[in-house]
Design a protein around this ligand. Structure first.
Ligand code: ARG
Length: 274
């Protein structure tokens, strides 16, 4: 049986009192490095809102798959640690990290100054920008054209932020959804006139749902965004482990292979290793 380092320490302490012979005799050789080796390996719990293909989604078998999953799995392999991905709704995801229910978050999370107040981010691992989805016949040609329209966003995303800025915090024209696919479904059924979300996800959806009859509209006014992997504020040990792993998979070509698997070509200059 395995004893944790803490249990062994307790067992040895009791043994030293001379009253717990059995405790000391069950693990006589286990001290120092041996104790560390026999302790069960930590499994890092990674939260992700798995409704965001191609970054994270659930396949037919219910497994969580995607670009982010491959990147973090490769980083974990480099670092020699185990990870477990847990589907975590976006609306509670930052809280789950803070409460200690998750050790790490990977969820196409844009690094923002506001979020940096409450969590720490790794070096950026992906470049993104907002993109507008509309029906093919739509006259929308730029972001400003959304002003008189109903717009769908995923609650609490950077897409929500930009649309809130354009239309006003209490605008009834903003429809907020729990996931980006739900917002896009609403566009399909005509409940909203446009959806604003991360380019990678919008492009993937439009390409895989030809029947929805969408097109995309880009706007140069959108600020460039970068995704980072998040850890609890001050958790420098895990942050450094992930940053080193990320640098490692960028250096050995693993990142580029994962990128090509999902996006079909070598990373754009913006996503190349710094
Ligand atoms: N990049 C955007 C943000 O950080 C959207 C991320 C949503 N991710 C997800 N897995 N639903 O706000």
């Amino acid at each position: 049986t395995f004893l944790s380092a803490g249990m062994l320490a307790t067992a040895m302490l009791l043994g030293a009192c001379g009253k717990q012979e059995t405790a000391t005799s069950t693990a006589p050789a286990a001290s120092g490095p041996a104790a560390t080796a026999s302790a069960p390996a930590k499994v890092y719990v990674v939260g992700t809102d798995a409704a965001y293909a191609p970054f994270e989604s659930q396949n037919e078998k219910g497994e969580i798959v995607g670009f982010d999953i491959d990147v973090v799995s490769a980083i974990a392999a480099k670092a020699g640690v185990q990870v477990k991905f847990v589907n975590t709704p976006w609306e509670g995801i930052f809280n789950a990290l803070q409460q200690g229910d998750r050790d790490v978050l990977v969820s196409a999370i844009t690094i923002t100054d506001e979020r940096k107040q409450t969590m720490d981010f790794t070096a950026p691992y992906f470049d993104a920008v907002q993109l507008i989805a509309v029906k093919q016949g739509s006259k929308v040609a730029k972001f400003d054209d959304l002003k008189p329209l109903k717009v769908g966003v995923q609650t609490g995303t950077t897409g929500d932020e930009v649309v809130t800025k354009l239309l006003g915090k209490n605008s009834a024209a903003i429809k907020r959804f729990e996931s980006t696919p739900l917002a896009l479904k609403e566009l399909e059924s005509g409940g909203v006139d446009a959806v604003v979300a991360d380019n990678g996800v919008v492009i993937h959806y439009v390409a895989n749902n030809a029947g929805a009859g969408f097109k995309t509209v880009s706007d140069p006014s959108f600020t460039p965004e970068q995704y980072g992997i998040a850890v609890r504020k001050g958790n420098t040990a895990v942050l450094e482990m992930i940053n080193q792993g990320l640098a490692g998979i960028r250096a050995d070509g693993t990142y580029d292979r994962i990128y090509a698997k999902y996006f079909g070509s070598a990373p754009a200059a913006a996503n190349a290793a710094p």
